[in-house]
Write a protein that binds this ligand. Structure first.
Ligand code: FAD
Length: 503
């Protein structure tokens, strides 16, 4: 039964027309999903401005993107071929624990499902006994990343994501949306109109003078947040005291070597550098903190540390880390950069776009706006984003680096209580837990906590139920299986070329 209107935001007016403001990754992902899945019931219009353009970065993804593609019936080979994509099995964090110390956060599971306690406890005891090698050796995806091997095989489902060209991805999604009846309007939004009584958004006035009216508006206008903030003044929780980087500089280069199946994240004096290998080129960038590094210094640092000829001019992007207080307010839902920003250290922005879209589809207000649903949407979004925030802050907080003002700040800053609790628990007992549906599971937390230098003081006593011989065989067999699986995989890039050609 439809809930009754309980205040001014709720309304029994059915949603028949959705207007998407903005055509970056967020706008076109939303457009493709809404037209494909609700197109029979909805008119969907997208407005974008070539004059303004998109943010033009956002090339590394995580495995959850498969869910979105499955929902839309997108074949992996098609999207990879269309976006010059390579596979991504994880991220190498170089110099994060300390200068010269590297680790990989892979998408795989460590060890295997263990009864009663996590694999890390077995490994920790093995470490005490001197019978283990690095923890990544017990994870197929980790090993495959290191060896540059990968394939999609019929009976083996390795956790993988992609590096892809964001502009081509938006184009690919646009074709799907157009196939399902989207109306695309080219034009610059000059004014956002509101209903006098409710304050809900009524329409968008373009520079041409045209007015586009609608029932529900998706704000996909990027950092501008034209509707959700500039018009509805929803408010923003600033998290820059935990994530002090506020700038990035990006440049694309010619590829000089075979693309590897992982992203590189290289910590620098006042931030970190990304290197994302596509089939056609490499995406590079430096995320940095303007309090400790000027744009000119950042540019010099980046240009000194790229390989291959630059294909674009270096471009500075400014941002503020944090979250919109409400991502759904009145008849406006913010998706993408308009809803807030977490720096791209774990490539989570496109995932959050996808989650926003799926959540909107699940709670779609066909029969009108319902305040309780909107509150639920906002609550779920907040919890999800805060969990990801904690995971990203972890990389900065747990470090041995003290070689610059930036790293000393990060090492000494206080962190959210929720994160401090996890760090303390792991440090004391090697225990890790996952909150409900949160994105990053135990294997991710363990890889990053250990990679950043946390060494639990104790392992779970249940491991002592195993005799030493049994433990040694158990660990050795997991490692041998991972090694064997990887040995059977082809070279990653050879497979990419074959896979894209055979689509
Ligand atoms: P934009 O791409 O900025 O699109 C905004 C749209 O709104 C454009 O079409 C623009 O023309 C339109 N618009 C704005 N104002 C108007 C107006 N007045 N009239 C008409 N149209 C208007 N995410 C990842 O998942 N992985 C990554 O590796 C990653 N790396 C990143 C690196 C950096 C440095 C940054 C800043 C972000 C990164 N992200 C990454 C985030 C990712 O780029 C974004 O989530 C993604 O591109 C979506 O952006 P968007 O569509 O919200 O905004």
């Amino acid at each position: 039964m439809q809930k009754q209107a309980s205040n001014t935001t709720s309304s029994n007016k059915p949603i028949k027309k959705v207007v998407i403001a903005g055509g970056g990754t967020a706008g076109w992902m939303a457009a493709a999903a809404l037209t494909k899945l609700l197109g029979k019931h909805l008119e969907v219009v997208l407005v974008e401005s070539d004059q303004i353009g998109t943010v033009g970065v956002g090339e590394a993804t995580i495995p959850t993107l498969h869910i979105f593609h499955r929902l839309l019936g997108i074949k992996e080979q098609d999207v990879m071929a269309a976006t010059n994509a390579t596979f991504k099995l994880g991220i190498a964090f170089e110099n994060w624990h300390d200068v010269g110390k590297d680790y990989i956060h892979s998408f795989g599971f460590l060890g295997k499902d263990c009864w009663a306690c996590g694999f890390q406890h077995f490994w920790l005891k093995g470490q005490q006994r001197g019978i283990v090698s690095q923890i990544g050796d017990y994870c197929t995806e980790h090993l495959a990343a290191r060896e540059g091997r990968f394939a999609v095989l019929p009976n083996q489902d390795y956790n993988h994501a992609y590096h892809m060209d964001a502009t081509l991805y938006a184009k690919f999604l646009r074709a799907i949306a157009e196939q399902h009846g989207i109306t695309r309007i080219e034009g610059k939004i000059k004014e956002v109109l509101q209903h006098d009584d409710t304050g809900n958004i009524r329409g968008l006035t373009l520079e041409s003078g045209d007015v586009i009216e609608g029932d529900l508006f998706l704000d996909c206008t990027g950092f501008r947040a034209l509707l959700i903030e500039q018009t509805l003044n929803t408010g923003f929780d600033d998290w820059s005291h935990w994530l002090p980087c506020d700038s990035a500089i990006a440049v694309q280069t010619k590829t000089t070597e075979k693309p590897i199946p992982y992203t590189r994240s290289i910590a620098r004096e006042s931030g970190w550098q990304w290197r994302i290998p596509l089939q056609s080129r490499t995406g590079n960038g430096l995320v940095f903190c303007s309090k400790y590094m000027s744009d000119e210094e950042a540019k010099a640092t980046l240009m000194d540390n790229i390989e291959g000829e630059p294909l674009t001019d270096p471009r500075v992007i400014k941002f503020r880390t944090g979250s919109r207080r409400k991502t759904w307010h009145k008849n406006c839902v913010a998706i993408g950069l308009s809803s807030g920003f977490l720096e791209p250290l774990e490539s989570t922005s496109i995932h959050l776009i996808q989650r926003g879209i799926v959540r909107l589809l699940q709670m779609f207000p066909s029969q009108g706006l319902v305040e309780e649903d909107i509150n639920e949407f906002n609550e779920q979004t907040r919890t999800e984003t805060e969990n990801i925030r904690d995971f990203i802050v972890l990389h900065y907080k747990v470090t041995d680096r003290t070689d610059s003002r930036f790293w000393r700040y990060c090492k000494n800053m206080s962190v959210p209580a929720s994160l401090q609790h996890r760090i303390d628990m792991f440090d004391a007992s090697g225990k890790v837990y996952k909150h409900g549906n949160e994105l990053f599971g135990e294997s991710s937390w363990i890889q990053v906590m250990m990679g950043q230098g946390l060494a639990p003081k104790q392992y779970h006593p249940i491991v002592d139920m195993m005799e030493d011989d049994e433990l040694e065989n158990f660990l050795a067999s997991i490692k041998a299986k991972a090694k064997q699986k990887v040995a059977n995989l082809p070279d990653h890039y050879d497979f990419v070329q074959h896979y894209c050609k055979s689509k």
